[in-house]
Design a protein around this ligand. Structure first.
Ligand SMILES: [Zn+2]
Length: 81
């Protein structure tokens, strides 16, 4: 399983390598260059699945959705962009 994923910012094109947590999904990521807040595209569970070159560990593991559908609005509300 690969735990490093390179996320490419859709706003400025800046790419940065991040280590993915194996037990949680990263729903937001702030670009370190332009500070745009990346969010998963519709149908994706986390920013790695939308913008990374490697999908998140749960997706590598099961291949059919990840996080048990926990990336819902209550999770979003916990994060202040
Ligand atoms: Zn950026």
């Amino acid at each position: 399983m690969q735990l490093e994923s390179v996320i490419a910012c859709p706003e400025c094109g800046h790419a940065e390598e991040l280590v993915m947590p194996t037990d949680a999904c990263l729903f937001f990521h702030e670009c370190s260059r332009c500070h745009a807040v990346l969010r998963p595209k519709a149908g994706d569970c986390c920013v790695f699945c939308s913008y990374g070159n490697v999908v998140c560990p749960p997706m590598q593991d099961s291949g059919d959705g990840c996080c048990g559908g926990t990336a819902d609005s209550s999770f979003v509300a916990d994060v202040t962009p």
